[in-house]
Ligand binder design. Structure first.
Ligand SMILES: Nc1nc2c(ncn2[C@@H]2O[C@H](COP(=O)(O)OP(=O)(O)OP(=O)(O)O)[C@@H](O)[C@H]2O)c(=O)[nH]1
Ligand SMILES: [Mg+2]
Length: 432
């Protein structure tokens, strides 16, 4: 593999920018444009050095850290150059690295090399991506836990149980049917059952956890004039949407981000749902229905149970205008958006509804790929259980358990195919 270079900090003006190189030629390449190349390089010892252009003139001084294989992020020789964060200096430094033999790293290349050099397994590499993109502190903490091997530990513990069961089954394969251990079937069913339970809870927690890493969408919907835009403004604490007593004021979907607790929410105000001949309003109503379908949570300012265009189960029925009317008993909450009554209570309810899925966050997965591997594992474990319970064809049971193991391995180990590798690492930012 050649030597790669990229700026690991966001492009633009900043106090400092960090440029990284990885590969066997990285130390030599950087030494080629130092005013006084270090005669002996010490591992992980940041040193102030002057950088010279091809005309021999110094254009910046930088802190340079030479790191030696294998104890680096990528497992290869690595250099970190902290230059002043001027885009011209960054471009010049990267240009010089390329002129001495480095190539620009595509997104995720540093982490891909870490994976290929066994510094990280696939689940840890994915945790790096979710740690960087996480939109909440709790999401970052969970991603970090997986980066440090929490997911790997959970998977290994389940693998050990499956391997133990395969061992028992293979032992019984070699003996006659009359001599089968009587406890073999019930014990195996019970062990496999507990594996399925654990894996299923991880699959279920994925959506809740992705709310923490990607943010949750909360859609305010309901009939016209119900006070949706007033509520939108009250939650945002600013006059973002137009409010009027004219029914059908809001036509387009408006959105804004707010944080409640540690979770980011994308709050959406929609057009009031009613039958209309107005072509533009009709489009607005269609958009509202689509948003309701896709929402993580709907705040519905209409009659409980009144027909929503989806069967989205996560609906909070809100009784608005409690300052001028009564009758909110059937609703989840009564508020006055105009008078700012019970808005904090509503925020708590939103948080509670969205975060109810992560009460047990012992075993979490952070990518759709991991979920798909878990589902395939569960599928084969379920078939194995059925076979055991119906007519114990032990060869078939062992085969399904081995399939289950192979899908668990895909989450962590190096059995990953090239196309999967590409799809995982293409989502990374450049320089990581
Ligand atoms: N008294 C009272 N009036 C409210 C309350 N919330 C909204 N209103 C009034 O109700 C009218 C409609 O409010 P909007 O927020 O525009 O209603 P909307 O649901 O967005 O309406 P459309 O966009 O037309 O669907 C306005 O005159 C608001 O001032 C409330 O809590 N109490
Ligand atoms: Mg409105």
């Amino acid at each position: 593999m050649g030597t790669i270079v990229a700026c690991s900090t966001p492009f633009g003006s900043s106090g400092i920018a960090v440029i990284r190189l990885s590969g066997s030629a990285s130390h030599k390449i950087v030494s080629s444009f130092l005013k006084n190349p270090l005669i002996t390089k010490k591992n992980n010892t940041p040193t102030l050095c002057q950088l010279v252009d091809s005309d021999g003139q110094i254009f910046d001084e930088a802190i340079i850290n030479f790191l030696f294989s294998p104890n680096t992020y990528t497992g290869e020789d690595l250099v970190e150059i902290s230059v002043h964060g001027n885009p011209i200096i960054i471009q010049k430094t990267i240009g010089l690295c390329c002129s001495f033999g480095a190539v620009i790293a595509p997104g995720g290349e540093f982490t891909k090399r870490a994976y290929l050099n066994n510094k990280l397994d696939m689940s840890q590499a994915e945790s790096v991506a979710s740690l960087i993109s996480s939109k909440s502190l709790l999401g970052a903490k969970l991603s970090y836990k997986n980066l440090r091997g929490s997911l790997l530990e959970n998977i290994l513990s389940i693998k050990n149980k499956i391997i133990g069961t395969i061992g028992q089954i293979e032992f019984n394969l070699d003996i006659s049917e009359e001599d089968l251990q009587p406890s073999l079937v019930p014990d195996s069913v019970s062990v496999i059952g507990s594996c399925i339970k654990n894996l299923s809870s991880a699959v279920e927690s994925f959506e809740a956890v992705s709310v923490l890493t990607s943010g949750a969408s909360v859609v305010i919907a309901g009939p016209t004039n119900a006070g949706k835009s007033t509520l939108f403004n009250a939650l945002l604490k600013k006059d973002r949407a137009i409010v009027s007593e004219v029914a059908g004021t809001t036509r387009d979907v408006l959105e804004n981000t707010i944080n409640i607790g540690e979770i980011p929410f994308v709050l959406k105000d929609t057009a009031g749902i009613r039958k209309t001949k107005d072509q533009i309003e009709k489009i607005g109503v269609e958009k509202s229905n689509q948003e309701v379908l896709l929402a993580d949570l709907v705040l519905y300012l209409g009659e409980p149970g009144s027909v929503l265009s989806s069967d989205n189960p996560n609906v909070v029925y809100v009784f608005n205008k409690k300052d001028i009317r009564s009758g909110g008993e059937k609703y989840d909450i009564s508020i006055s958006a105009l008078k700012n009554k019970n808005i904090s209570k509503l925020k708590k309810l939103i948080l509670q509804r969205v975060s109810s899925g992560f009460s047990d966050i012992g075993f979490i997965v952070t990518s759709q790929r991991q979920v798909s591997c878990l589902k395939k594992t569960i599928h084969h474990l379920s078939i194995a259980t059925k076979s055991l319970q119906q007519s114990p064809e032990l060869e078939l049971v062992a085969e399904d358990l081995n399939f289950a193991l192979s899908f668990l391995d895909e989450i962590t180990k190096k059995t990953t195919k090239d196309d999967v590798l590409d799809s995982v690492f293409s989502s990374f930012c450049v320089g990581k």
